[in-house]
Design a protein around this ligand. Structure first.
Ligand SMILES: [Zn+2]
Length: 253
């Protein structure tokens, strides 16, 4: 059966840019079709019917017509506006970062229901006021899972031995996780991960997100885990996210 010319889908805007006099080209993320490129014609005119509804950081229901290069947005309804997420600059900057990770991790027109649910849930958590750093780590860990590159945090990536509770180890992202003290490997490029930080990485894999939100942890442990996951994501996605410098700047203020 040929694909229908007109279709309706839930979508989250991953990125967008202005095009021509009044149009906007967007990357939409959808559960069934994964990423799609779409154009919203005349959307920047004050009289546009689509108007402000084709917004990022919201869940939309979008009607589209298939086009040659881009599908054309014909109608938009906002399902979830996540207004509290937008109120905080750090939450909004984090949301853009998560959108960029998803954009990097997906291909156009490949079903991505699991990743869609992950991004949607992360935005709900940011909107509910969960600490943006915790949401970002939880999202990175589960994104890695969806990509099939779940970090190994229990067994040595070389000899497959379970790490002992008090054994020293190295975090080696190019090898996919932790390396035991017996196995040779590349030198760690930063000070080793603490035992507490490794525990927190395990928690991100195992604990449900409500329990993670309630953890009380020293800043140093959170920073270690952030650096560890940043290295891991950079390697998995083959470069640093462009949205990170802005997020870092927002957090310094
Ligand atoms: Zn080993």
């Amino acid at each position: 059966m040929p694909a229908p010319r007109l279709y309706v889908t839930d979508a989250i805007v991953l990125s967008r840019f202005d095009y021509g006099e009044a149009d906007r080209i967007m990357t939409l993320f959808t559960p069934e079709l994964g990423k799609i490129k779409a154009i919203a014609k005349g959307v920047r005119k004050p009289t546009s019917r689509l108007g402000g509804s084709v917004e990022p950081l919201a869940e939309l229901r979008v009607a589209l017509a298939r086009g040659r290069t881009f599908d054309v947005v014909t109608q938009v309804q906002v399902i979830h506006a996540w207004l509290r997420l937008r109120d905080s600059l750090e939450s909004a900057a984090t949301a853009w970062y998560l959108a960029e990770l998803v954009d990097r991790a997906t291909e156009e027109r490949h079903e991505a229901a699991g990743l869609y649910a992950l991004l949607r849930r992360s935005y709900e958590l940011l909107d509910a006021g969960m600490d943006p750093g915790r949401v970002a780590r939880w999202h990175e860990m589960h994104l890695a899972d969806e990509m099939g590159v779940r970090p190994e945090v229990d067994r040595c990536v070389e000899c497959d031995r379970m790490l002992e509770a008090d054994e020293s180890f190295r975090w080696v992202p190019p090898l996919g996780g932790v390396l035991c003290y017996r196995c040779p490997g590349p030198p760690a490029d930063r000070a080793g991960l603490s035992v507490e930080a490794l525990k927190l990485l395990k928690a991100y894999q195992r604990m449900d997100v409500e329990a993670l939100a309630a953890l009380r942890l020293p800043d140093s442990v959170e920073r270690d885990v952030e650096a560890a996951m940043r290295d891991f994501m950079r390697l998995s996605l083959e470069r640093d996210a462009r949205s990170l410098p802005f997020l870092d700047e927002v957090r310094r203020r």
